[in-house]
Every structure is written in C-alpha cells, then in structure tokens.
Design a protein around this ligand. Structure first.
Ligand SMILES: [Zn+2]
Length: 79
C-alpha cells in the first residue's frame, strides 16, 4: 500500500471544498444574471409619464397602466 501524509489529506480536502464553493458561486451568479436578463425583457418605462411598469404580454406596443400611452418595447440596459 502507499502512504498518504496528513498535510496531503488536508490540502486535498481544502482544494475539494474550494472547488465546490467556486462551482456553487459560478452557477448562482450565472443563474442570477440569466433571471435578471429574462425579467428586463418585460420591463418598460412610459415615455409620457415616466412610470416603470411590467408587461408580460406579447403585445409589441403595450399601454401604460397609469396614462394609457402606448410605449414601444425597448430593452433596458444595465446601469
Ligand atoms: Zn404613462
């Protein structure tokens, strides 16, 4: 049999934990960005009254719930 030293076991254990934590972080960040991008597709800001609102219909020119002005769907950018 081969021998494994205690420091080697500790380093391997820490490397595995760090790899798992990195994977969880990357997956969570990717998921959050994807969800935010999906949500931004349905957000609009009224050109007349400036009210931000959400419209999940497929209407290309959804009306503003505040002033009934028709607003074109333009993607919002990141700040
Ligand atoms: Zn409006």
């Amino acid at each position: 049999m081969f021998e494994i030293s205690l420091p080697y076991i500790i380093v391997a254990y820490l490397a595995v934990i760090l790899a798992v934590l990195f994977g969880v972080w990357v997956t969570g960040d990717w998921s959050r960005k994807r969800r935010e991008k999906q949500d931004r597709k349905f957000r609009l800001v009224c050109n007349i009254c400036g009210m931000p609102y959400e419209d999940r219909t497929r209407d290309p020119i959804p009306p503003c719930p505040n002033c009934d002005a028709l607003n074109e769907r333009i993607g919002l950018r990141d700040l």
